[in-house]
Design a protein around this ligand. Structure first.
Ligand SMILES: [Zn+2]
Length: 599
């Protein structure tokens, strides 16, 4: 369709088929969908605006149904534009389509803004009477969840202005960050030859077996970031201030409060998760001391953390990855393997390496009546096999939760990583079961531990950093870079103790983390997800087969109730401060196992 692109890698030819959405980017059905969504939104507004307070339960239920289904054409168009752009960001018409769909989306959403605001404004007594009515039973959680925002929403004109000016404010600065990072070049010199690497490539050097390579990767990363530090720090300072303004206007008491509300979890429970992890920081130092010994080093430098501890095994073909992942899934549940298998058979996966393709990996839900799509760049190493397992976990979760409909198929961030992390653990356990060579077993175990530490402790340290950062900006005004560097080091040092030497270079490494820019306080959700999965696996080990249907029911429930309520059905109490220690204890056992294997 567009110009020649270089294609390849072990998954050459594995690209997705988007024709379930539209025939192509010129398909007239796409424009027609956007027109229809706007026309229906206007019609809905004419019929419903100003009347929510007077609707009876049955009429309100029908209005919510209409509100949901009229958004489906927009969701279809938006999903297509995003997928097309991700598959090849270098085609200008892909970026233009994405921008167009976003702008029309804002218009449609602004037309519909009144609906949620009127519902949220309803007197508590009236709302409770409606919610108690059986006619609204299916929408009870959705409507209750919306009313959490009652103390924090503004008037409709104010909300409209904030939504529109965000396109030239917050969203614009976030896009500037993305474009700056995507275009940033890092110069690495090796045997007299200097190469310019992108961010993904320079970060990949931290996994290199040769120490010199890791060190030059770390140096190049720091140097590149330092060169752009003024602009990046300005973006950070602006966004910190923007969030402080938003929190003040909406009356959020703490920087983390808005995120916790969106995650349907209260601040005390988040704090018990964070402090349980901080209390186990010594486990991190204990592991890195073992790792130093395995690498034959006196002490690790920051760039040694991801060094492989064994020779790289041979690259695995994409077919092997498929076989490993589906096999591990089938051991647990044939139904889960069957759902995951469809992604390969029906071409819902884009896995080949391709110029212009977006970095990283994701699983994107489309419409509940359709299916998700998975994107990754498969190079054949074990981390890529784990990525396939991870994204297909999301895929299975989304497919199972599709019955909840557009509004309730997605979970909050905290439980969004349940099936993905669970899927990775199933693959890890199968590989460990099949591997006899103790050296390879040790390497597998260390790889898993390092992933888990990056998901649990590192994210907790990053959350502590964000708390300090937002608090400092509010108390001290615009922050000099050196001040932010110091906050970053203060948040990271306690985690490593004396086990890893953090160089002056490391002080700059907050500058490239996209979560701080795009979604403040996102990070603790990773720790939540990982520790939750370790607890679920422990249940599986105790209960055996009986666990499987209950786990699948948890996935099927999607976001139809709060994480706390859904997990309570599994017998898990995340309100108990001791809950998190269960998952942390599993990590400690894994460290002990690695120590034993190391001898
Ligand atoms: Zn994920």
């Amino acid at each position: 369709m567009q110009g020649e692109t270089s294609r390849g890698g072990p998954a050459a030819g594995v690209c997705w088929d988007l024709s379930d959405l539209y025939a192509g980017r010129d398909d007239p059905a796409l424009e027609a969908d956007l027109d229809r969504a706007l026309a229906e939104a206007r019609g809905f507004a004419e019929r419903t605006r100003g009347r929510i307070a007077r609707l009876d339960a049955a009429t309100l239920a029908r209005a919510v149904d209409a509100y949901e289904s009229l958004q489906e054409p927009l969701v279809r168009a938006a999903a297509y534009a995003q997928l097309l752009f991700a598959a090849d960001t270098s085609v200008p018409s892909h970026g233009a389509l994405l921008q167009r769909v976003q702008e029309r989306g804002t218009e449609i959403r602004n037309t519909l803004l009144f609906f949620e605001l009127e519902w949220v404004a309803l007197e508590p007594q009236r709302a409770e009477a409606l919610l108690a009515d059986p006619a609204l039973a299916r929408r009870r959680h959705l409507l209750t969840a919306l009313r959490r925002y009652r103390p924090h929403v503004l008037s409709e004109p104010e909300e409209r202005i904030l939504a529109e000016t965000a396109n030239t404010g917050r969203h614009a600065f976030a896009r500037l960050f993305d474009e700056l990072m995507a275009g940033m070049k890092f110069r690495v010199t090796r045997s007299g030859e200097t190469r310019e690497l992108g961010e993904e490539e320079v970060l990949a050097l931290l996994y290199a077996p040769e120490r010199m390579q890791r060190r030059s990767g770390a140096r190049a990363l720091s140097k590149g970031l330092r060169e752009h530090a003024r602009t990046l720090a300005f973006i950070f300072n602006t966004l910190l201030h923007d969030k402080a303004l938003d929190d003040r206007l909406r009356g959020y008491p703490l920087p983390i409060a808005a995120r916790n509300l969106a995650n349907e979890i209260d601040t005390a429970r988040v704090e018990s998760l964070l402090s349980a992890c901080v209390a186990r920081y010594p486990l991190v130092a204990r592991y890195y001391r073992l790792k130093a010994r395995l690498l034959g080093l006196e002490r690790l430098e920051d760039y040694d953390r991801y060094a492989p501890i064994a020779e790289h095994s041979a690259a695995r073909s994409f077919d092997e990855a498929r076989h490993i992942v589906l096999g591990a899934y089938a051991d647990f549940s044939p139904r889960m393997a069957e759902i995951a298998g469809r992604f390969f058979d029906a071409r819902w996966i884009d896995a080949e390496l391709r110029e212009g393709k977006r970095g990283g990996a994701f699983c994107a839900a489309t419409l509940p009546s359709l299916h998700p799509y998975v994107l990754l760049s498969y190079t054949g190493n074990l981390r890529d096999v784990m990525t396939v397992a991870h994204e297909l976990g999301h895929g299975v979760h989304q497919a199972l939760a599709a019955r909840q409909g557009l509004f309730e198929q997605d979970t909050p961030l905290t439980t969004a990583e349940t099936a993905s992390v669970f899927g990775e653990m199933l693959v890890f356990r199968r590989l460990m079961r099949e591997e006899r060579d103790p050296k390879v077993r040790l390497a597998l175990l260390c790889g898993k531990l390092e992933d888990a530490f990056a998901t649990v402790f590192r994210q907790v340290a990053m959350t502590r950093f964000e708390e300090a950062l937002h608090t400092a900006r509010r108390a001290e005004g615009e922050l000099p870079i050196e001040r932010i560097n110091a906050l970053w080091m203060d948040a990271n040092r306690p985690m490593f103790g004396d086990s890893v030497h953090l160089s002056e270079d490391y002080a700059w490494w907050w500058l490239y983390i996209p979560h701080f820019v795009h979604s403040p306080f996102y990070c603790y959700a990773y720790a939540f997800g990982e520790l939750l999965v370790l607890s679920l696996l422990r249940r599986y080990d105790e209960e055996g087969e009986a666990f499987v249907p209950r786990y699948l029911a948890l996935l099927e429930a999607g976001g139809s109730d709060t994480p706390e309520a859904l997990l309570a059905r599994m017998g898990l109490d995340i309100g108990d401060p001791a809950f998190w220690d269960g998952g942390l204890a599993v990590l400690e056992e894994m460290v002990a196992e690695a120590e034993a294997l190391a001898g």
